[in-house]
Ligand binder design. Structure first.
Ligand code: GTP
Ligand code: MG
Length: 375
């Protein structure tokens, strides 16, 4: 099988072998020795931690899907719901569309009521007689998407690109398209504000083809649905499209293992302490779990879902707010649950120390290697 020995990798990355072994332990909980051969994927992750961009030939399509999966998961894979990010130009209706989809409009008078800041919303969709779930990340659009991606976090399965039918493709529409493409994420276009007098959906489609997004009815492969967040027109079709695209992606995870995933947002609550919204990407997260999120250690004291309800467990693709971390992690930090509390504490404090000395950032140069050369 393909692989890279620790000394080989150390040489390629121009770091010591100890550095590699330390990184494996701190960042992945792997206790490696110097004679060990690492899987290409593991080697790639180590290299990226050390600030070196790695290119492997088959990377583009495979990496996004398998990032959070280990080989031992492969026999236990189950379907997981798609995670969607809504992107688009300012005022094109991203928030309105999500509100309308949730059908639980956050009423103006609700302030002081249930605090609903999970940053992610679960929506049930009826599809061929079954209830399917879709998870929407409520990010301020592509800024959060970009910064998370810049930090290596891959949280989105499908991007919904919102374009106002009366305004067409605008600068941030273009930005959103290039971010989604760079991340290898499929795009579903929602041509919004179809209720407006000046709506020109065909013009929007024409403009989108200039960015290589060609509607299916014109022989392309980008689903485009004309919708209105105000009247609710065609929102079911949009959700249907999302489900169909998700099916092609064959999204899966292993719910029967310790959870791991990504921090979506986090803050310090005066009454509750550090609060983080975690997107579970593999495994199942439970109250009482010992967790390391970025450099932060914690033991989950409580979990709250997007409806403000306390829950005991969260399965793949679900996002929950958790209490119990000692500090506030950053959005985009990865988290993992550990069976061994001592190991978790060791990893967290090593990472904290590591961040202080900011060694991990030192190689943030433009060095590149191609791992496939050495297999
Ligand atoms: P930012 O978060 O500022 O980028 O904007 P956004 O994309 O979230 O847009 P938002 O949902 O705030 O909508 C902007 C304006 O467009 C609001 O006044 C909405 O009421 C209006 N709007 C959104 N969707 C529709 C629609 O389908 N039809 C009409 N007529 N107006 C809409
Ligand atoms: Mg908005």
């Amino acid at each position: 099988t393909e692989g890279v020995a620790v000394p080989e990798l150390a040489e390629m990355l121009a770091v010591s072998e100890t550095e590699i072994i330390k990184n494996l332990f701190i960042n992945r909980g792997i206790q490696a020795n110097i004679t060990q051969t690492l899987e290409l994927e593991t080697a790639r992750l180590v290299a990226e931690d050390l600030g070196v961009q790695v290119e492997t030939p088959e990377e583009k399509s495979a990496a996004t899907k398998t990032e959070m999966l280990d080989t031992e998961d492969l026999d236990h894979l189950q379907f997981r719901p798609p995670v969607i990010t809504i992107m688009g130009h300012v005022d094109h209706g991203k928030t309105s569309l999500l509100d309308s989809i949730r059908k639980t409009k956050v009423a103006a008078g609700e302030a002081g009521g249930i605090t609903q800041r999970t940053g992610a919303y679960h929506v049930d969709v009826e599809h061929e007689g079954e209830t399917r779930q879709v998870v929407f990340l409520d990010t301020p659009g592509h800024e959060a998407f970009t910064s998370m991606r810049a930090r290596g976090a891959k949280v989105t399965d499908i991007a919904v690109l919102v374009v106002a039918a009366d305004d067409g493709v605008q600068p941030q529409t273009q930005e959103a398209i290039s971010h989604a493409k760079a991340a290898g994420v499929p795009i579903v276009v929602a041509i919004n504000k179809m209720d407006k007098e000046g709506a020109q959906p065909d013009r929007v489609k024409q403009e989108l083809t200039e960015h290589e997004l060609v509607p299916e009815e014109w022989g392309g492969n980008t689903p485009m649905v004309g919708v209105s967040a105000i009247t609710g027109e065609n929102l079911d079709e949009l959700l249907e499209m999302i489900i169909l695209v998700a099916e092609l992606e064959e999204l899966s995870a292993n719910p029967d293992r310790l959870a791991k995933g990504t921090v979506i947002e986090a803050n310090l609550d005066r009454a509750r302490g550090p609060v983080a919204t975690l997107l579970v990407q593999n495994g199942t997260l439970h109250v009482g779990d010992v967790i390391v999120a970025g450099p932060c250690f914690g033991k989950i004291r409580a979990m709250i879902d997007d409806r403000g309800q306390k829950v005991e467990a969260a399965s793949p693709s679900f996002a929950v707010e958790i209490l119990g971390l000692g500090e506030v992690p950053r959005a985009g930090d990865e988290f993992a649950v550990y069976a061994d509390e001592k190991q978790a504490r060791a990893i967290a404090s090593e990472r904290t120390a590591e961040m202080r000395s900011s060694r991990l950032q030192r190689a943030a140069s433009s060095r590149r290697v191609t791992l496939s050369n050495v297999s």
